[in-house]
Design a binder for this molecule. Sequence first.
Ligand code: S3P
Length: 172
Amino acid sequence: MKTNIILVGFMGTGKSATGRLVAKRLERQLIDMDAEIERREGRKIGDIFAKDGERYFRQVEREVVKELCERKNLVVAAGGGVVINPENIHDFSRTGVVVCLSASPSVILQRVAAETHRPLIEGGEKAKKITDLLEIRKPLYDAITHQVDTTHLSSDHTADRVIEIYEKAAKE
Ligand code: S3P
């Protein structure tokens, strides 16, 4: 039985905010993967990337995915790069309904502009980094069956859509 709800999608598409609302409404536990990784490692994502690199971060991320797939009734807000490893999506899809959130590059930029905790888009030319990374990852996000475009949606409306999708898919 697929009991978990997993939100994937690029940085700034609303995974964490939507995850909080979905978890609250369905009275479920929310796991924000980035927060979980920081808790385990006892340091910030930026420090992990700076000291041990993206490869190490992806290994930790993979371990967290495996453990979450052993659990039930969770709402998971995944990190934006979780789609890079197809095994992550395979495991998530076996144990839950995976919903991909998307948004236009300009809205993503607006949402992440003032923030500094995402190592892959830091260090100048944020807009170019976002469009380049989005271009590379597009096929990976597009391959997810359930999609919600959050460009013009509030977190509340996004949460409505995610719950609708989950309730329909869980019956199938
Ligand atoms: C990443 C997205 C981040 C975080 C890390 C890498 C990515 O999560 O996991 O900085 O590769 O897209 P958010 O999508 O929650 O910002």
